[in-house]
Design a binder for this molecule. Structure first.
Ligand code: TRP
Length: 447
């Protein structure tokens, strides 16, 4: 139970509360959500179960877990499938870099909320966000601080503590979200936001949306970097892999939808554009906290502090999972001490994080392909590397790993009677790889 919760802790994070609303807002609302849910359940779950199978069977770091599977079959040292693991290590490093920037924004908002300086209307909030993110030092400082915090947790083995705490923190975050959802839906003019979320307008679906929904689904499930392998290596022989994947995906999607219900009614009510991009939740929420609770300002004050605190902690349980991938890889593969492995990971991610933080306005030229560094890293990972990681993982499990191993893992050595094994195999062999290729080709305009 604990380790399943920990996996859910990795899945639930800024991906649900920051990225999901902003992606939904940029892609027209309800229609995007439908695509997203389809991807989570049809492509995400088979992908998750595949990573679980590799992780539980391999019982080691990302790259090794793939190699273990392969070696058993071929009896040789290096096998190209370890490349899937290496790619996962690299991907999670890039994600950690930019993710920490946004987590750093949460820390700043937590700090400013405590000081009581974050009260005002939407124009004020937008101005504040702009001014803060283009500050030359502060955002980068918070980014590095967040990575150091992650480092501390990973190195000092307080991870168990954090994960035990998340048994309380996750339900707390859930309840607080529900509470803010209600407050947000009671704002004047909120119904336009609810319409936006639930009444699909398929004419709003543009070219990029299929890949964006795919990327969002994988990002939110922590799928495609062997992150789930690492967790599954701690699963017991009794853990029902398929059922766990379903449960985690369900919790993850519910939290994302709640975040949407928190943001859009409020955004429409206070006049924030739904397609504001990465700033969306940061420019919407301050007005929710001051307007929805205007009848009792101390309550708004308290709710805002609690919210940013819980969001930062949710982000922390996710960054821990990313940091761990790189750390355990460096430590096990290069005969380093765990401590040095962690420091290398921290240094590299901090460097990237600082670049991303500075590219938001502090330093002008930090752009790649017309995007700021943060948007670029986000695009590169969520829309290219994660789908590729999941693609190869499905092929690997579907076609390369001996069928008996897959069946044993999927059915817990025959003890789960009604496990849909044939259906699962059909999905990882055909449906997932073909769907991912089709989405890529569509994006390139070839399909
Ligand atoms: N899923 C997390 C979120 O929604 C982010 C995350 C953690 C992640 N570990 C990952 C994303 C590994 C991709 C790969 O916030």
């Amino acid at each position: 139970m604990g380790i399943i919760l920990a996996t859910a802790g990795s899945a639930v994070g800024l991906g649900n509360i920051w990225r999901f609303p902003y992606m939904t807002g940029q892609n027209g609302g309800a229609a995007f959500i439908i695509l997203y849910i389809i991807r989570v359940f049809l492509l995400g779950i088979p992908g998750m179960v595949s990573e679980f199978i590799i992780g539980r069977h391999g019982a080691s770091n990302a790259a090794r877990a793939y190699a273990v599977m392969a070696e058993e079959k071929r009896h040789r040292q290096f096998h190209p499938s370890s490349l899937i693991g290496y790619m996962g290590v690299l991907t999670s490093m890039i994600i950690l870099g930019f993710y920490a920037v946004v987590a750093g924004w949460c820390l700043q908002y937590l700090f400013v909320s405590v000081m009581g300086h974050l009260q005002g209307d939407a124009t004020f909030a937008a101005g504040y966000f702009q001014q803060f993110t283009s500050h030359p030092v502060l955002p980068a400082l918070w980014t590095v601080l967040f990575i150091l915090l992650t480092h501390y947790v990973v190195v000092h083995g307080v991870r168990n503590g954090i994960e035990r705490a998340s048994k309380v923190l996750m339900p707390a975050l859930f309840l607080l979200l529900l509470f803010i959802v209600v407050a947000s839906c009671l704002l004047p003019g909120a119904s336009a936001g609810i319409d936006f979320l639930f009444r699909p307008d398929f004419s709003k679906l543009d070219e990029g949306v299929f890949l964006e929904a795919l990327g969002q689904a994988f990002f939110s499930l922590s799928l495609g970097t062997a992150c789930l392998c690492t967790y599954a290596s701690y699963y017991s022989r009794q853990t029902n892999l398929f059922r766990s994947a379903m449960q985690i995906a369900a919790v993850d999607s519910v939290i994302a939808i709640l975040a949407g219900l928190m943001i859009f009614p409020a955004a429409f009510s206070v006049g924030v554009q739904p397609d504001s991009g990465p700033s969306l939740i940061f420019i919407t929420l301050p007005s929710v906290f001051s307007q929805a609770f205007s009848f009792l300002p101390p309550l708004g004050y308290l709710v805002s502090i609690l919210f940013y605190a819980l969001l930062s902690l949710a982000a922390l349980t996710s960054t821990i999972s990313m940091h761990e991938i790189g750390t355990s890889f460096l430590y096990e593969e290069f005969q380093l001490s765990r401590r040095s492995g962690a420091w290398i990971e921290t240094a590299l991610c901090s460097l990237l994080g600082i670049l991303c933080a500075l590219s938001m306005g502090a330093v002008d030229g930090l752009r790649l392909f017309g995007m700021d560094m943060l948007a670029f890293c986000d695009f590169l990972t969520a829309q290219i590397l994660l789908p590729l990681g999941a693609f190869f993982t499905c092929l690997f499990v579907g076609w390369y790993v001996p069928r008996k191993v897959v069946r044993d893992e999927f059915t817990n050595w025959g003890t789960i009677r009604r496990a849909p094994f044939t259906l699962f195999l059909f999905f990882v062999r055909y449906v997932c790889p073909l769907a991912i290729i089709a989405i890529f080709l569509h994006q390139l305009g070839l399909l």
